[in-house]
Design a protein around this ligand. Structure first.
Ligand code: CMX
Ligand code: CO
Length: 151
């Protein structure tokens, strides 16, 4: 059994207008933007808003605006509208996590880790094999100056 989830790293939220949603989260919850990035490979413009620090690292809200209609978030918005798109869990070693979880016959959308926000290594699991929840595994960057840290 895989027992390596260390925290909820982030909740990914799909939106049409990133700047508008950032302003909403800032003014409603007092959250602060930790990073803003464009990730062409993932088809998103995104922002991480810091929520809290825990014993195994920080947690965030990730706001996601699609770079176009034919991207994962673009397709999701067209089908379902704005809302929760995925849950990201912290792991210490994303490659090892993929191997262990893949052996459970959960389809891996990424066979190998990819580049995520703030220097993290990330990989996705198919929502159809996780009860309808698109699930992301997140290995934080080693260097806290590059973003997330493992406490
Ligand atoms: N959560 C739950 N179910 C989802 C989903 C999501 N986010 N996205 C798609 N689905 C469901 C659809 O509703 C659909 O179900 P039905 O067949 O029952 O209608 C099924 O999955 C297939 O959906 P689709 O619209 O045809 O889309 P694709 O199969 O082309 O892609 C997915 C779906 C999950 C494989 C694709 O979105 C993917 O590879 N995602 C991973 C990458 C990603 O999301 N990147 C953006 C975030 C980057 C970041 O966090 O940094
Ligand atoms: Co994410």
């Amino acid at each position: 059994m895989f027992t390596g989830l260390t925290r909820i790293d982030h909740v990914g939220i799909a939106c049409h207008d990133l700047e508008e949603k950032i302003a909403f989260y800032e003014s409603t919850f007092g959250l602060v933007v930790a990073s803003r990035e464009v990730n062409e490979a993932q088809g998103v413009k995104e922002a991480m808003l810091h929520v809290a620090d825990g014993p195994s690292g920080s947690s965030y809200v990730q706001l996601l605006e699609p770079l176009g209609p034919d991207t994962p978030v673009g397709k999701f918005l067209a089908k379902r509208g704005e809302g929760v798109h995925h849950v990201g869990y912290g792991v210490d070693d994303v490659a090892a996590a993929l191997e262990a979880i893949g052996a459970k016959h959960v389809r891996l959308l990424d066979e190998r880790p990819r580049h995520g926000s703030m220097g993290a290594s990330i990989a996705f699991l198919h929502p159809k094999d996780v009860g309808g929840v698109l699930t992301e595994l997140v290995q934080a960057a080693e260097d806290p100056r590059k973003g997330r840290h493992n406490a």
